[in-house]
Design a protein around this ligand. Structure first.
Ligand SMILES: *[C@@H]1O[C@H](CO)[C@@H](O)[C@H](O)[C@H]1NC(C)=O
Ligand SMILES: *[C@@H]1O[C@H](CO)[C@@H](O)[C@H](O)[C@H]1NC(C)=O
Ligand SMILES: *[C@@H]1O[C@H](CO)[C@@H](O)[C@H](O)[C@H]1NC(C)=O
Ligand SMILES: *[C@@H]1O[C@H](CO)[C@@H](O)[C@H](O)[C@H]1NC(C)=O
Length: 799
């Protein structure tokens, strides 16, 4: 059957856009290597979804319990319990609506009955071995209760206690507002709003044996319309008396600091053993301090672009539990400029700022300056402990310390990110970051932090930071972009289970679950697996699969740092394996003389650039096809205009990524000349008037017959004319663009006049030199990589 096996391809009409660029010369560092749509995710078994209840929404509050294998989710009027193995397999739900009396009151107070007068669950905190503390907005009347989840997962207990407590200072009234909460030693710490109007924001400590305590009320120096995003306990020394609570929030910049309204990202600190002052600041924090978090990039006019709208914070633990790394997601406040960034902060830097000068001003119309006077002892912000203070409780603090603390809650110096700049910036996209979780992954060549970033478009970005030479020079590799909700709903909750190797995602419309890795998607060849640079994956000798550092086997191939398949896979020495032949597509395409055709080739990796080679059917020699009048390279493939009989032959689509080339498509192009076309069309008429079995007469071989059938389907294709018209338009646009750029359009005759031209002819030699130069250029682009090179192996095999 020969090449007739291939299927007919006529693709010019399908989604051919973006005809810019000559392929291989572009850098594609900002595009995700792999982009998976919602459909892709479902079909490849990489997504499990809970589509929500018709009478619920706002699946925003998550509590991950890896021990019991459960994910508890708080939503509108409901609490859910999902099985971590598969959230759609079995789940329990508890309706927890507000009473009709509360709903009526809420409505009479002028609130929207359907959107606001429900019980939106905002707090889910483990209380003791069997119970979870749960709070909701209760139709603008916050309530809390206890959720019985049993001692062991086998108990499968999931029950809400009938006892209900006042939720003020724990959950906000308004469902639009957030609460950052944490329950430790029976005490609930919560940053929230504590009134119906949503004006009284504070950091509270409630429950437990102590009197409730909070931040100073109605003092914009302490908190100025804040939005709380995260709260964490971090110890300062081995003495638990020094334990501190850190809060992450954004708030309005204090008046006078800026003209107009500006937002600042903040980190705040408190001592866990703070009991408030004795004479002043009674039942108020005496150890509260806050500092600004900076995340900015230098602008071209000397003015930095600030990312101030803190959205989410994730603490990545390190060997030292006192020094987790703070990952923070920001967006811009600007209406004009839409952008997102991720910055990393060290606890050392944060602590240094809290030990630095306090911000001070003499009055509302004065500038903020570093406080120069005498700071009272013990220094405000220090916890009462044997380590530093020599005093037992904050109630023993001297009055002048409490007075100073009251009037100086802010630090003068801001906290700058590690390396003084964001690790990720995204400005050229129509989405913004909302959430982040980070996983530490052990790979063959080291430990990597893999970030999962949620967006407001219902997508997840998987990013790994790879050191270029040192840890001060990180390269961000965007591995995957995945759509995880059926509609572009913002990701509002995210939990990562290392035990299950799964990620759980919440939004307004439901809950989704996806594995942290899908190594098989990268391809079957060693080179493809290696190029992916996914620390979770390695080539195990037969396929791309999950890498386990424990099971050290010689056959495991992985190179995250360089993504170099040549050092990793070349000794395998099956040429096919190395060049990714296992995924090579082989197709036959028919074209009609003087009309246009389109050879579609889009490599799986969006990072790869493509270039095309031509090989005539009569000899093995391959040559590169340059973009010119008749041949146009597009992102999706090669467009050939005004087909010539001599264009018949083999077209190879080569994908180049990270200096590594692989053939991804082989197309056999068969150009039908006009005489033959007429002959066929004529026969087509005959065939139409004759019984079907007769039109393949004995004059034809079986091959010809098959060819004829395929050809008829091409000719009868309803869009044949429009394809040509479309190709014509693209060609004109391209030509115009080219003329503007250069008048020197180099003509390359693809097919030589004499079929017998050998590889040693001067013309081909020149062409080979051109390829070599291009190859060299590609290699040089891989700057600063310290590794052995394989010059010979790297050169295109065809030259
Ligand atoms: C999860 O459970 C659903 C329902 O039982 C099933 O259809 C689906 O295949 C499961 N998915 C996985 C990844 O186990
Ligand atoms: C919502 O609908 C489910 C059934 O789909 C029902 O079990 C539940 O009680 C309803 N919740 C409320 C708050 O009415
Ligand atoms: C946990 O707290 C709940 C609510 O106070 C209580 O009913 C339950 O007995 C406690 N469980 C244990 C194991 O202490
Ligand atoms: C194809 O185009 C060439 C050049 O424009 C022309 O000479 C030739 O007659 C055309 N053939 C047909 C069958 O239209």
């Amino acid at each position: 059957m020969g090449f007739f096996r291939g299927s007919i391809m006529l693709l010019c009409g399908v989604a051919l856009l973006n005809t810019g660029g000559s392929g291989a010369q572009q850098t594609k560092n900002n595009v995700p290597r792999l982009k998976l749509s919602y459909k892709d995710m479902l079909e490849s078994n990489n997504l499990v979804t809970f589509e929500g209840l018709p009478n619920s929404s706002a699946y925003h509050t998550f509590l991950l319990d890896e021990e019991k294998g459960r994910l508890v989710v708080g939503a509108k009027d409901h609490i859910f319990s999902f099985n971590l193995l598969n959230i759609s397999k079995e789940f329990a739900q508890i309706p927890w609506p507000a009473s009709s009396t509360r709903r009526d009151e809420c409505k009479w107070a002028g609130k929207d009955l359907s959107r606001e007068c429900s019980n939106f669950v905002k707090v889910l905190q483990p209380f003791n071995q069997t119970h979870v503390y749960v709070c909701g907005t209760g139709a603008f009347h916050p309530v809390c209760s206890y959720l019985d989840v049993g001692k062991k997962s086998e108990d499968s207990v999931f029950r809400l206690e009938p006892h209900v407590e006042n939720g003020r200072g724990k959950s906000p009234y308004d469902p639009k507002l957030l609460t950052a909460s944490m329950l430790i030693d029976g005490e609930l710490y919560a940053g929230t709003s504590a009134d119906f109007m949503g004006r009284d924001f504070a950091i509270f400590r409630t429950l437990g044996k102590h009197h409730p305590i909070r931040t100073e009320q109605h003092d914009s120096r302490w908190l100025n319309d804040p939005r709380f995003l995260g709260i964490h306990l971090i110890s300062e020394s081995d003495n638990p008396e020094d334990d501190k609570i850190y809060l992450f929030f954004r708030e309005n910049a204090i008046d006078g600091e800026h003209t107009g309204k500006a937002t600042h990202a903040r980190v705040g600190q408190l001592c866990k053993n703070d009991l408030g002052g004795h004479r002043s600041l009674v039942n108020k924090w005496t150890t509260f301090l806050k500092a600004r978090l900076i995340c900015s990039v230098p602008g071209n006019n000397g003015i930095d672009t600030h990312f101030d709208e803190l959205q989410d914070v994730f603490l990545m633990s390190t060997k030292d539990p006192k020094s987790p790394v703070v990952y923070a997601v920001f967006t811009t406040s600007s209406n004009i400029f839409k952008g997102s960034a991720v910055c990393m902060y060290s606890m050392t830097d944060i602590r240094r700022v809290f030990l630095g000068p306090y911000a001070h001003r003499d009055g509302p119309s004065y500038q903020w300056v570093p406080f120069q006077g005498r700071v009272p002892y013990p220094r405000p912000g220090t916890c009462p402990s044997k380590t530093f203070g020599g005093f037992d409780t904050t109630k023993d603090l001297p009055d002048e310390v409490v007075q100073f603390a009251r009037s100086h809650p802010a630090m003068f110096n801001p906290v700058y990110p590690i390396n003084n700049r964001p690790i990720i910036v995204k400005t050229d996209v129509d989405y913004q970051f909302t959430q982040i979780v980070v996983d530490k992954v052990e790979a063959e060549d080291g430990l990597y932090d893999v970030m999962f970033i949620g967006t407001d478009a219902g997508t997840i970005l998987k990013v790994v930071s790879i050191p270029r030479g040192s840890w001060h020079d990180l390269e961000e590799v965007l591995l995957e972009e995945m759509t995880v909700f059926r509609e572009p709903a913002a990701i509002t909750a995210m939990e990562l289970s290392t035990k299950q190797q799964q990620l759980y995602l919440g939004s307004d419309i439901g809950v989704s679950q996806m594995p942290l890795h899908r190594c098989e998607v990268y391809g079957k060849a060693c080179a493809e697996c290696c190029l992916a640079r996914d620390p979770y994956c390695a080539w195990d000798g037969t396929e791309c699969s999950r890498y386990f550092p424990m099971a050290k086997r010689r056959t495991r191939r992985q190179d995250i740092r360089n993504g170099d398949p040549l050092t990793q896979c070349s000794d395998l020495q099956h040429h096919d394996e190395l060049s990714g032949q296992s995924t090579l597509q082989d197709k036959t395409v028919y074209g009609v003389e003087n009309s246009s055709t389109f050879l579609e080739c889009s490599p799986k990796s969006q990072r790869a650039t493509t270039y095309w080679q031509y090989q005539s059917t009569t000899d093995d020699h391959k040559q590169e096809i340059k973009s010119e009048e008749r041949f146009i390279h597009t992102e999706q493939g090669l467009l050939i205009r005004a087909l010539n009989k001599k264009d018949s032959g083999i077209y190879l689509c080569q994908a180049v990524e990270h200096g590594f080339m692989q053939t991804v498509l082989k197309v056999n192009l068969e150009v039908i000349d006009t005489e033959r076309l007429e002959d066929l069309l004529h026969r087509d008429e005959e065939a139409a008037s004759a019984p079907a079995h007769e039109y393949s007469s004995s004059r034809e071989t079986p091959n010809q017959r098959l060819w004829y059938r395929d050809f008829l389907s091409l000719v009868n294709h309803p869009t044949l004319n429009s394809v040509d018209e479309f190709c014509e338009q693209v060609w004109k646009r391209e030509r115009k663009h080219k003329r503007q750029k250069s008048h020197l359009v180099q003509k390359v005759q693809l097919h030589q006049q004499q079929q017998q031209k050998t590889a040693t002819s001067p013309r081909n030699h020149m062409h080979a030199q051109g390829l070599a130069a291009k190859w060299k250029h590609l290699q040089e682009r891989q700057k600063g990589r310290n590794r052995r090179t394989h010059e010979l192996e790297r050169a295109p095999r065809s030259v």
